[in-house]
Design a protein around this ligand. Structure first.
Ligand code: KG4
Ligand code: ZN
Length: 327
């Protein structure tokens, strides 16, 4: 079967075509990062308008790359939650219009379940049970996936998400948006032990990053530390926090396979920290960089996995209609 995936939950317009026999046939993403960077963060209304401008041309490009026609598409998957409501509306409206005109079903896809499934696209051996850590701009969630497509939320952030804290710390020390890549780059020139920063709620499974952010701000305000040292120390403490809590839960649940997904999973330091934390028999799976950040591939693939549940979008269905499969 051929699935079209549409992702517009934040500032990437991303479409992909997935074939259940041949894998990803085409993928195109238009990032709005440059447009939003001058505002220091994503402006929701600007994001919605730019999705409208890009969707149709990206769809046509995916068709020509894959050599397919519209009539070859069997089903459409579209991100319907969570995300910026206006941005979601654009993707959902496009998907429902296309689905209706082609007479094919549209599946509402939860963005988080798609991030989790992204690692499966490239790692065939990654089968449940496994533990999934999502670290993105909006989420820091740990799920237990005991069987296929069954997600149990075990821990989450009580305040900022990991990506959000990268973005806010970057803004604080005068780096651009998005902050994650900028912090990672600058941290290479810094001493990660220079600034002593706290791991919040060490004994709790849930995360909290707002105290860490304030600690970086306080250290910055002393004027005693270079920006590179602040970036390196912040990145190290974030990595330690993520590894400590994720591996502790994995061991408690006896999970040997762990997947780490979402934009922050692009971070090389965090990837290495997880790899080093694995003991005998444990393995951490990361999607490739392109599949960590928001992408249509994971939405198309998720649609193929959820297809048999036959929970299709009714024509009157709206973005953000809740989905029971993920909390
Ligand atoms: O998954 P994603 O593309 O969008 C959301 O669903 O939120 O994640 C975006 C987040 C941003 O906060 C960005 O700063 C962060 O991922 N990010 C990184 C890196 N690349 C992107 N954080 C740390 N290091 C990176 N290399
Ligand atoms: Zn995302």
């Amino acid at each position: 079967m051929i699935f079209l995936g549409i992702e517009t939950s934040c500032d990437e317009t991303s479409l992909a075509i997935y074939c259940t026999n041949k894998g990803i046939l085409a993928a195109k993403t238009a990032s709005q990062a440059d447009i939003h960077s001058r505002f220091g963060g994503v402006v929701p209304e600007v994001a919605s308008r730019n999705h409208i401008l890009k969707l149709e041309s990206l769809f046509n490009e995916c068709l020509s790359i894959s050599g397919l026609g519209t009539s070859d598409i069997d089903c459409i998957g579209v991100t319907n939650a969570p995300g910026l409501i206006g941005a979601l509306f654009v993707g959902v409206g496009f998907a429902k219009g296309l689905g209706y005109s082609l007479g094919i079903p549209v599946i509402p896809i939860n963005h988080l379940s798609a991030h989790i499934l992204a690692a499966e696209i490239e790692h065939e051996e990654l089968k449940p049970p496994y533990l999934a850590l999502i670290i993105s701009g909006g989420h820091t969630h740990i799920y237990d996936v005991d069987k296929a497509l069954n997600y149990r939320l075990l821990a989450k952030t009580l305040d900022d998400a990991a990506g959000e804290s990268f973005d806010k710390v970057a803004k604080m020390i005068g780096l651009g948006y998005p902050g994650g890549p900028a912090i990672e780059k600058l941290a290479k020139d810094g001493d990660s032990d220079a600034v002593k920063l706290p791991i919040a709620m060490k004994k709790d499974d849930n995360f909290s990053f707002s105290g860490l952010k304030t600690a970086v701000l306080n250290a910055y305000n002393t004027g005693e530390y270079s920006k590179a040292d602040l970036a390196a120390s912040f990145q190290k403490t974030t990595a330690e926090t993520l590894v400590l809590k994720t591996m502790r839960i994995a061991r408690r649940f006896g999970r040997k396979r762990i997947t780490v997904a979402g934009g922050v999973a692009c971070n090389g330091y965090i990837r290495n920290s997880f790899a080093e934390a694995c003991s005998e028999g444990e393995k951490v799976y990361f999607p490739s960089f392109r599949l960590c950040t928001d992408n249509g591939d994971m939405i198309a693939y998720a649609a193929s996995r959820f297809y048999n549940r036959r929970r299709f979008f009714p024509l009157e269905g709206r973005a953000y209609d809740t989905q029971p499969e993920i909390g």
